[in-house]
Structures are given as structure tokens and as C-alpha cells.
Design a binder for this molecule. Structure first.
Ligand code: AMP
Ligand code: ZN
Length: 468
């Protein structure tokens, strides 16, 4: 098939034509969440833009296989081999076991994704399910001379590579992660940039999760999981690997080091990185105390899909600053857009030439380094165009495959007036129950509707509903 997508590749620092290894097929890998806490809306910016990438590739006709890991072991707060184990800190904070924390926050992550219309990847693999594969990879790296045992741990020897820092343009500060003044230097390491593949001796006495290995009871480093899980499901050659820009170093740098040393050849051709969401004080992060979640936005009355639109209106390679004011403006724009689509009638015939021309324009925008804001402009232009409502509806439906903004949610309701009447009645009953402080009844009504596939949202403008 024709390869027409141009995408920025962090590896070459250029916008390049995207050409997968196998004609018409794409193997795509996404670094999944570390499930020690809720995802903040910054994390979710990355997943929204990766979702747009995946859906664009499908829109263009590729057969995409997307794999995501769930980090439930091994990720230390310093991203390098320093700091606290994030999962352990989460378990302590909530007086639960690590696996309880992992199960709860994995579920919460996918619930957020559902609200943001982010498609679930074809394969989702928790790190703790692949320990055998990690051990095998570490063994091969030892056999090939790319790794060494020291002080009980197994390290990757970065001096064995000609080009460890494959992503150029890193700042000195980034290169010095792990050797900051406040970090105790690991004297086991032969080179400062070496990193742990397998821990047996660690400063975490209370480490709950440990497995038998040829090097003693221990647990894997964070980076090995993504190399191993992606190779397990996508084979030796991967097309595109995604993550937030903070993953470039050390995480993705180390993934490349291990994977290519293990495989003996180039591994992944394209690297897609989403820039950060910031708040007024800087990069949004989970360690900053109170952080912004999808549920918090909902509590404040915002529709999560308005946040999705907010993300799509800006380019994924630019930092984006969050503010409630911006979200208020976006809410107004969103409501207008949805109303315009709801007002379209099933009238006239689809004008095939216009339909095809607009689809082209839409695909062109996305093929231009995933210019999602331009794709939305095409949607607005199309709605203004002199053509039949039926053509507009068909186009909006087609664009929705990628944008996933819930453009038809209100139309769906119209299509089933009986259901609409029933849901509105139940919403009123729930309102009355809440007023009477009968929260059990209110919750029961919500649960009953949910069992029928109806989700209620408490927003500023009152209770809204949609199909799950
Ligand atoms: P974590 O759960 O910390 O492993 O992060 C999940 C994903 O979110 C990774 O791809 C990170 O690179 C990304 N990420 C972290 N912080 C931000 C942020 N402020 N804005 C956008 N993406 C982020
Ligand atoms: Zn990863």
C-alpha cells in the first residue's frame, strides 16, 4: 500500500516518511503506566496522542498491532537506578499489597482511557507476568558479554556499545541522571551510565515482589520489561515506539541498548514522543502532591472529551499548558461543535466527490506529522461547506474514527427517544434521592443505568448521560 504518512522521528530528529517493515502492517509499542497511583492528565495527554497516531494509521489502512506494558514492578522514582520503588511507595501509602495497588490503578487507568475514548491496545501485558522472559534476556546479554554481575546485581555495560546515547541533543543534566549530588553513587557500576537489568541486592528490604533467578532472589529493572514485552509480541523488528519525552532518557536509550545488544541488529525504526503537559508551576507530575486527574475534572463539571479536544488542538511536539480558563473556552467550542452535528439531518444524498475530497484533506492533515489541530480545522471547514447534510454526516462519522470526540453521542440519544425518556426519568429520581440524602438509592440508580450501558456524568450544567 501507499505509505503517505510523514512523522517526526526522535531518533533521526527529522520528519520522515513512515515506512513499516512489512507492507501494510504496523507493530506499535507504547510504554504503559506505572500503576502506583492515578494517571494525571499529563500522562493521559501522551496516551491521547498515541491513540490518535494508532487510529490515523488504521484510517490510512494499516493493520496495526499495538502492545502496551503495565509497569507493576521495577520503576524507581529516579527513573534511573536511584530513589524509591514507586510501587512499594504506593503500597505503603495505602496500607495495601503491591499487587492490590497494581490491580486497582490498572483498572483506574483503563477507566480514564474509556472516558477519554482511548482505544485499549491489542495486547496489554503486566511486567510481573513476564519474569521468565526478562530472565532469559538478561542471560543472553550476559552470555554475549553486554552485561556483568557485580555486588549481587546484574548491570548492562554501556561501554560495550559504540553509540549508547543514540538520541542526540540531550542536555548535560539529562546525561547525568543517576549521578546527581543527592544520589548515592552505585560503586558496583563500571561506567556511570550502566544500568541495572536485575536487582538482587537492593536498598529496599521490604521489597514484596521477588523471583528466583540464576543470580538469586530478585526483581527486574524497569527498562528490561519494555524491551522484552515488545519483542515477545512484536518480534525482532518493531515499527514505532511511543512515550512521553521524559522517557527518551534514560528509559528509551536503555531499551535500545539492551534490545539491539540482545538481537544483534537494529530494532525499532521510528520513535514517537509526546511533549509534556505543564501547569502554571511547570511539568505536571504525580510526586507534586495534589495532581490533576480525569475524575477531578469530572468533579469540577468538565466532560473528559473536552480535555481530549484541548489536547488535539495543540501539536503533540509542543509543550502544552493547562488552565481551567482554557478548558472553559474549549467546553464552549465543544458544545457548539456537538450541537452543529446534532442539527444535521439525514437529508439528501452523499456527494461522492466532495466526500472523497474532504477525506483526503483530513488524512493529509494527519499525515503531516500528525497535525490534529489541522484535522479539526478540516472538520469545521467541512461543516461550513455547501453540501448535503448527508455528506457532512458521513464525513463527520469518518473523522470520528480518528478524533473520537463523542461527536455523535447526542445523536445516538435522539435515535432512541424511549431510552432517552427512561434515562431522564431515572436521573430525576436520582436527583430527588440525593436531595433527600438517600445516597444508597442514588447509587443504585446509577448502577442500574450502568448495567444497561448508560453512564451518568455530573457536570456543571447538570447530569449528562451517554452510552458506555
Ligand atoms: P508513568 O506512569 O510515570 O510511567 O508515565 C506514563 C506516561 O506518561 C509516560 O509515557 C510518560 O512519558 C508520560 N508523561 C509523564 N509526565 C507527563 C506529562 N507531564 N505530560 C505528558 N506526558 C507525561
Ligand atoms: Zn517503556
Amino acid at each position: 500500500m501507499e505509505n503517505r504518512m510523514e512523522i517526526y522521528n526522535s531518533l533521526t530528529k527529522k520528519v520522515e516518511r513512515f515506512v513499516p517493515n512489512e507492507d501494510g502492517k504496523v507493530g506499535m509499542y507504547t510504554c504503559g503506566p506505572t500503576v502506583y497511583h492515578f494517571a494525571h492528565i499529563g500522562n493521559l495527554r501522551s496516551y491521547i496522542m498515541e491513540d490518535i497516531l494508532e487510529k490515523t494509521l488504521r484510517y490510512l489502512g494499516y493493520d496495526v498491532k499495538r502492545v502496551m506494558n503495565i509497569t507493576d514492578v521495577g520503576h524507581l522514582s529516579g527513573d534511573s537506578d536511584d530513589g524509591e520503588d514507586k510501587m512499594l511507595a504506593g503500597a505503603r501509602r495505602e496500607h495495601k499489597t503491591v499487587m492490590e495497588i497494581a490491580a486497582f490503578y490498572t483498572e483506574a487507568f483503563f477507566e480514564d482511557c474509556r472516558k477519554l475514548y482511548i482505544k485499549r491496545p491489542d495486547v496489554v501485558e503486566p511486567a510481573t507476568g513476564c519474569i521468565k522472559e526478562f530472565i532469559h534476556m538478561v542471560q543472553v546479554l550476559l552470555e554475549k558479554g553486554y552485561a556483568y554481575e557485580m555486588g549481587g546485581n546484574v548491570y548492562f555495560d554501556t561501554a560495550k556499545l559504540e553509540n549508547y546515547h543514540v538520541f542526540s541533543g540531550q542536555t548535560e543534566e539529562e546525561l547525568l541522571v543517576g549521578v546527581r549530588d543527592d544520589v548515592e553513587e552505585d560503586t558496583n557500576k563500571k561506567n556511570k551510565s550502566d544500568f541495572v537489568l536485575w536487582f538482587t541486592k537492593s536498598k529496599f528490604d521490604a521489597q514484596e515482589l521477588k523471583w528466583e533467578s540464576p543470580w538469586g532472589m530478585g526483581y527486574p529493572g524497569w527498562h528490561i520489561e519494555c524491551s522484552s514485552i515488545s519483542i515477545k509480541h512484536l518480534g525482532e523488528y518493531m515499527d514505532i515506539h511511543c512515550g512521553g519525552v521524559d522517557n527518551i532518557f534514560p528509559h528509551h536509550t536503555n531499551e535500545i541498548a539492551q534490545s539491539e545488544a540482545y538481537l544483534g541488529h537494529k530494532w525499532c525504526n521510528y520513535w514517537f514522543h509526546v511533549h509534556h503537559l505543564n501547569d502554571k508551576t511547570g511539568k505536571m507530575s504525580k510526586s507534586k502532591g495534589e495532581f490533576l486527574t480525569v475524575s477531578l475534572l469530572e468533579e469540577k463539571g468538565y466532560n473528559p472529551l473536552v480535555y481530549r479536544l484541548f489536547c488535539l488542538q495543540s501539536h503533540y511536539r509542543k509543550p502544552l499548558t493547562f488552565s481551567y480558563e482554557a478548558l472553559d473556552n474549549m467546553t464552549a467550542a465543544y458544545n457548539k461543535l456537538v450541537k452543529r452535528i446534532a442539527d444535521l439531518k439525514e437529508e439528501g444524498e452523499v456527494e461522492q466527490d466532495k466526500y472523497a475530497a474532504y477525506k483526503e484533506r483530513f488524512a493529509d492533515a494527519l499525515c503531516d506529522d500528525l497535525n490534529s489541530a489541522m484535522a479539526i480545522t478540516v472538520l469545521y471547514d467541512m461543516l461550513k461547506e455547501d453540501m448535503t447534510d448527508k455528506t457532512k454526516l458521513a464525513l463527520a462519522q469518518s473523522f470520528e474514527e480518528v478524533l473520537s470526540l463523542g461527536l455523535f453521542d447526542s445523536k445516538e440519544k435522539e435515535a432512541d427517544p424511549e431510552l432517552e425518556r427512561y434515562v431522564l426519568e431515572r436521573i430525576e429520581e436520582r436527583k430527588a434521592a440525593k436531595k433527600a440524602k438517600d445516597f444508597a438509592t442514588a447509587d443504585a440508580i446509577r448502577a442500574e443505568l450502568l448495567s444497561k450501558g448508560i453512564v451518568l456524568e455530573d457536570t456543571r450544567e447538570g447530569v449528562k448521560w451517554k452510552k458506555a
